[in-house]
Design a protein around this ligand. Structure first.
Ligand SMILES: C[S@@+](CC[C@H](N)C(=O)[O-])C[C@H]1O[C@@H](n2cnc3c(N)ncnc32)[C@H](O)[C@@H]1O
Length: 248
């Protein structure tokens, strides 16, 4: 494989010595640092981890190398990530005898996959029209910890900025041939932290430098601007909560 060109929308798969076997624009080693933060590498040893929207699974590989047992789900509807990295991924998993199960379920199938110590939902929540629905759904999974990332709007107001608003700087042609303004929102950090607590999560803490917001990133080639750790508390039914009248 030509490792000079980097695949767009893909995580790099590294070998044990740090050589890129499958080159992607998202750096899995940096992503590993972002999702580990102050938890420290030993956090992953012996953990059962669900990686939702695992992409090429380059990050899952890094986590499995630290002794975790990872279920990496990726539907890859456009056949532009896992499918093209698959032979490299299979080789790495076999050569290093990594404990990774590759599956193709989507986010909303996660509840069928059993119990985990850590659920990771990275680079996904802002791709849905209702972020709180996604967080409420995540709260119903059987897990102890959640690691979640998001694109965060700058500032401390309790607001969400529509991703299509001209004030949100996006790469040229990002919205070409795309018109749905409900494709996503960027909440500010204080709002997103509250949203996690409304979904029943507790101990919400930033894993990456909290001064970074979209379009900045805490590391050069990670996917999002903000990475958080939270503990599972109560579950919030994503459908029932939609029917609830909120006084005032
Ligand atoms: C922005 S990328 C983030 C990839 C990776 N989690 C990261 O943070 O580096 C979003 C990923 O979600 C996957 N995806 C799309 N729809 C999904 C769904 N319904 N459930 C789970 N993953 C989905 C995409 O194929 C893509 O790999």
């Amino acid at each position: 494989m030509n490792t000079d060109t980097k695949f767009k929308g893909c995580q790099t798969i590294f070998d044990r010595t740090g050589n890129a076997l499958f080159p992607g624009v998202w750096n899995s080693q940096e992503l590993f640092v972002a999702v580990t933060g102050p938890l420290g590498e030993t956090y992953w040893k012996g953990r059962r981890v669900l990686d939702i929207g695992a992409n090429t699974s380059g990050l899952s590989v890094e986590i499995a190398r630290r002794g975790a047992s990872v279920v990496a789900i990726e539907p890859d509807q456009s056949s532009n990530s896992r499918v093209i990295a698959r032979s490299v991924l299979d080789d790495v998993i076999e050569t290093e005898a990594l404990d990774i199960t590759l599956r193709s379920e989507g986010l909303f199938d996660s509840h069928t996959l059993g119990e985990f110590d850590t659920v990771m939902c990275l680079g996904l929540v802002y791709h849905f029209r209702d972020q709180q629905f996604v967080l409420d759904y995540l709260s119903t999974l059987k897990s102890r910890d959640l690691i979640v990332s998001n694109q965060t709007a700058p500032g401390n107001d309790l607001i969400m900025v529509n991703r299509m608003d001209p004030s949100v700087p996006v790469p040229v042609d990002f919205w070409k041939n795309y018109k749905d303004a409900l494709s996503g929102w960027h909440p500010t950090r204080p709002l997103f932290e509250r949203m996690l607590t409304y979904a029943g999560f507790t101990n919400v803490t930033a894993l990456t430098d909290p001064t970074f917001n979209y379009p900045q990133k805490p590391f050069r080639s990670v996917t999002n601007s903000a990475y958080f750790h939270a503990s599972y508390g109560r579950a919030v039914d994503p459908v029932a909560s939609r029917y609830k009248y909120l006084a005032r």
